[in-house]
Design a protein around this ligand. Structure first.
Ligand code: TXA
Ligand code: MG
Length: 349
């Protein structure tokens, strides 16, 4: 995970971003997972602008992004050893830690909860921005509150253009760091209780975490896990959603649903790891990488591309097996929210 690359942002862009953030404006920035919509995490009015721009309910907590592991102390208290072990191994990287918050962390960031989400992203532009921002604000470990830079419930952005398409004028500046290399959101691990609980799966897998800790983390969906885990919007049933009705299909069912759609003369979009068995003008077929890392990296761009075609249906090959767990999770939620009718996602029962 520790793979520092050179920043592609010009120093002048970083400088301008820092000035805008200090003035309480929003700046979108690249991370290795998805683009974030950042605001000064110590400024509640700036944080309020995030919720307005996204159309996101105000009680959903935001992740605070920091540029140094040492800045953990400014945001979290009673930090358990396991948090330090995970941060040392996987930061900068696609891992968010939920910890007990310091009393002065604004409620606007935590949704009024007694915990705070923290992450050090592994992207040279993000790290440069975070470090420059912390330096410019007195070095007291200041950070950026940032959700994914998309409209609430919609597909997360993995390029600067996606952010422009979704949020445009609501953002003062979009730092372009190229396409995201991980492509889906960070793994969220709740460490506020005695257990290690994964609230949102990501490409950093339970096995990566379990191997390091010598015991497997629990999954929040596990009925044996405590039901007191904090609310995470990534845990909503419907999320990451295209407007085209989306169904996840075992690959041997694809020929049948395609044939039915063609009988009805409907235009369909397909995302699969193998090429179309035949060409047809009513079928828009997108081949995705057959490995989980490649599939995840291109997933949201592929969803956006196929969604823009205005097809009657979108079918995606059902991913099978543990390495596909986080992708399967996003696809399930994308399908639950697809079709454009449900604008307010439903909670898990
Ligand atoms: O990869 C990522 O995590 C990206 C990039 C930009 O860092 N961010 C992201 O943010 O996905 P967002 O807001 O779209 O999702 C953050 C998730 C939400 O589900 C939120 O509820 C949860 O983190 N979260 C944040 N603070 C929390 C807390 N104190 N307790 C429980 N969940 C929390
Ligand atoms: Mg999001």
């Amino acid at each position: 995970m520790n793979d520092p690359q050179r920043s592609s942002a010009l120093p002048a862009d970083i400088q301008r971003a820092v000035e805008l953030l200090r003035a309480g404006e929003l700046v979108a920035f690249p991370t290795e997972t998805v683009y974030g919509l950042g605001a000064d995490a110590r400024n509640p009015e700036a944080v309020a602008k995030i919720f307005a721009a996204k159309g996101r309910p105000a009680d959903h907590p935001l992740i605070v992004h920091i540029g140094e592991i040492a800045h953990l102390e400014h945001w979290a208290r009673d930090i358990p050893e396991v948090a330090r072990v995970l941060a040392k191994a996987f930061w900068p990287g696609p891992l968010t830690l939920i910890l007990k918050r310091q009393p002065d962390v604004p409620d606007a960031v935590t949704g009024g909860q007694d915990s705070v989400g923290l992450r050090m992203p592994n992207h040279p532009v993000a790290l440069e921005l975070l470090r420059a921002f912390a330096d410019a604000t007195g070095g007291a470990g200041n950070g950026l509150a940032a959700p994914s830079a998309n409209r609430f419930g919609r597909i997360s952005p993995t390029t600067a253009q996606h952010v422009r398409d979704d949020l445009g004028a609501a953002v003062s500046l979009i730092l372009d760091g190229g396409p995201c290399t991980v492509g889906i959101e960070s793994t969220i691990v709740d460490l506020t209780g005695p257990r290690t609980v994964i609230l949102r799966p990501g490409m950093l897998s339970p096995f990566d975490i379990g191997r390091l800790l010598g015991r497997m983390p629990e999954m929040a969906d596990n009925p044996l896990a405590p039901r007191t885990t904090p609310r995470a919007s990534g845990s909503l049933e419907a999320h990451y959603a295209p407007r085209t009705p989306l169904q996840i299909m075992p690959n041997d069912s694809l020929p049948i649903v395609l044939r039915d759609a063609l009988v009805r003369r409907e235009h369909v979009a397909v995302l699969a790891t193998f090429p179309a068995p035949f060409d047809h003008p009513l079928i828009s077929w997108q081949v995705a990488p057959a490995d989980p890392a490649g599939f995840a990296r291109e997933l949201y761009a592929n969803l956006r591309k196929l969604d823009s075609l205005g097809c009657a249906h979108m079918f995606i090959e059902k991913p099978v097996g543990q390495p596909w767990q986080a992708i399967a999770d996003r696809l399930k939620r994308a399908a639950a929210g697809s079709g454009g009718e449900k604008t307010s996602p439903q909670d898990h029962p």
